[in-house]
Design a protein around this ligand. Structure first.
Ligand SMILES: *Cc1c(COP(=O)(O)O)cnc(C)c1O
Length: 365
C-alpha cells in the first residue's frame, strides 16, 4: 500500500474550470465565450511584451536564467530596493509556496481572514501547518480580528489587499496599526496582486510605506493581472533579504521561463498603458455594479478588477450563466459559497453578462 503523507488528508485538489474548447463542445456553443471567472481581465500583454514573446521561439532550447537577474535588478531599481530583497517566481502562487516551504513546520499556525485566496490555506495544510481564520469586515480584511487570532504558534499572517474574492481594501491607518501590533516572531505578508488597479488615496503601498521604511514585511505583486501575462506565470515578492534568501533556497532551479522573465521586463515601461487600463476598469466596475444593483443584487464595494455579489444558489447561477456562454466564479472554494465573483470585462462583455443575468433571473421566477 502506498502511504501518502497525513497532511494530504482533508486537502482537496484545486479545481480549475475546464479548458474553453472543451466547454464550448460540451455546451454546444458556437459564438464567443465571455470569460469573467479568473480575474485575468480582458487586456492582453502590452505591445512591447508581445514583441518579446514573438521572438522567444528560437531560444526555447535553452534553459532560462535561473537567477532571474535582469528582472530582479529592474524591479529592485524601480522600487528602490536592494537586489537581494527581490525574488521572482512562476506566479505569486509559487512565491506563496516558497514562503510556506521556507517557514512552516508541522503545527505552526498561518493566520488570515476568510473568505480569501485559498492558496494560503492549502499551502499551510500541505505542510501540516494549521490555518487560522478570522472574519472579514464588509469584504475587506478585519485587521483587528486578525491580530486577535495571532498566537505564540503563528509564523505567517496574510493580508490580502484588496481581498480576493470580495474586492474590499484595508486603509493606510488600519495596516500600520495592525503591523505595529504583531510580535516579531510573526512574518506579515501583504498580497497586493491587484495593486495597480487601486486608485484610492487611503490605499497603502506596503512596499514603500513599510518594507522600505525598514519593517520586516513581505509584499507580493504579479504580472498576471493588469499586465496581462497570467498565461506565462510570473510574479514576485519584495521582502527582507534573509526571507528572500530562504525563498531562493527552496525554489526549483529553472522555474521561471525566459519568455516570462523577458515579457515581464518589457512590460515595466508601460506606465501610461497601465494607467489607461486602471481607468477603463474603474468605469467598467461602476457599470457592472450598477447593472447588478438594477437586477436587485447588492454587490460589495470593490477597488479591484472584479466585483463580488451575494447570490442565493450561486453554484446553480454560475452553471446557468455558462449556458449563456458567460463564465463567472461561484466562490465556494474561497469560503464564500453564497456568492459570485465577476471579473470586470470590456463594455461589450459587461453587456453580455448583464443580459445573461437578466435572462437567468427571469427563468428562475
Ligand atoms: C491572482 C492572485 C494571485 C496569484 O497570481 P499569480 O497568477 O500566481 O501571480 C495571488 N494572490 C491573489 C489574491 C490573487 O488574486
Amino acid at each position: 500500500m502506498t502511504a501518502f503523507r497525513r497532511a494530504l488528508e482533508g486537502l482537496a485538489a484545486y479545481e480549475p474550470g475546464p479548458p474553453i474548447e472543451l466547454l464550448r463542445r460540451r455546451l454546444g456553443l458556437t459564438g464567443p465565450i465571455v470569460k469573467l471567472d479568473a480575474n485575468e481581465g480582458s487586456f492582453g500583454p502590452v505591445p512591447a511584451a508581445v514583441e518579446v514573446i514573438r521572438r522567444a521561439a528560437d531560444e526555447a532550447n535553452r534553459y532560462p536564467d535561473g537567477g532571474c537577474w535582469a528582472l530582479r535588478d529592474a524591479l529592485a531599481l524601480r522600487h528602490g530596493l536592494a537586489f537581494e530583497q527581490v525574488v521572482v517566481g512562476p506566479g505569486v502562487d509559487a512565491v506563496l509556496t516558497y514562503l510556506a516551504l521556507a517557514l512552516l513546520e508541522p503545527g505552526d499556525e498561518v493566520a488570515f481572514c476568510w473568505p480569501t485566496f485559498p492558496v494560503y490555506l492549502s499551502d499551510a495544510m500541505k505542510l501540516g501547518a494549521m490555518p487560522v481564520k478570522a472574519p472579514l469586515a464588509g469584504g475587506a480584511f478585519d485587521l483587528e480580528a486578525l491580530a486577535d487570532a495571532v498566537t505564540g504558534r503563528t509564523k505567517l499572517v496574510f493580508v490580502t489587499n484588496p481581498n480576493n474574492p470580495t474586492g474590499g481594501m484595508v486603509t493606510r491607518d488600519q495596516l500600520a496599526a495592525f503591523l505595529d501590533r504583531l510580535p516579531d516572531t510573526v512574518l506579515p505578508v501583504v498580497d497586493e496582486a491587484y495593486f495597480e488597479y487601486v486608485d484610492e488615496p487611503d490605499y497603502p503601498d506596503a512596499l514603500v510605506e513599510h518594507l522600505r521604511a525598514g519593517r520586516r514585511v513581505v509584499v507580493l505583486r504579479t504580472f498576471s493581472k493588469i499586465y496581462g501575462l497570467a498565461g506565462l506565470r510570473v510574479g514576485w515578492a519584495a521582502g527582507p533579504a534573509d526571507v528572500v534568501a530562504a525563498c531562493i533556497k527552496v525554489k526549483n532551479a529553472f522555474d521561471v521561463s525566459q519568455v516570462a522573465q523577458d515579457a515581464a521586463l518589457a512590460s515595466l515601461d508601460a506606465d501610461d498603458e497601465i494607467a489607461r487600463r486602471r481607468g477603463l476598469v474603474a468605469s467598467g466596475r461602476e457599470r457592472l455594479a450598477a447593472g447588478l444593483r438594477a437586477l436587485g443584487l447588492e454587490p460589495l464595494p470593490s477597488v479591484a478588477n472584479f466585483v463580488w455579489a451575494p447570490v442565493p444558489d450561486a453554484a446553480a447561477v454560475a452553471v446557468a450563466l455558462e449556458q449563456h456562454a458567460v463564465l463567472v466564479r461561484c466562490t465556494a472554494g474561497f469560503g464564500a459559497p453564497e456568492g459570485i465573483r465577476v471579473t470586470v470585462g470590456t463594455d461589450d462583455e459587461i453587456d453580455v453578462f448583464l443580459a445573461a443575468c437578466a435572462d437567468v433571473a427571469g427563468a428562475s421566477r
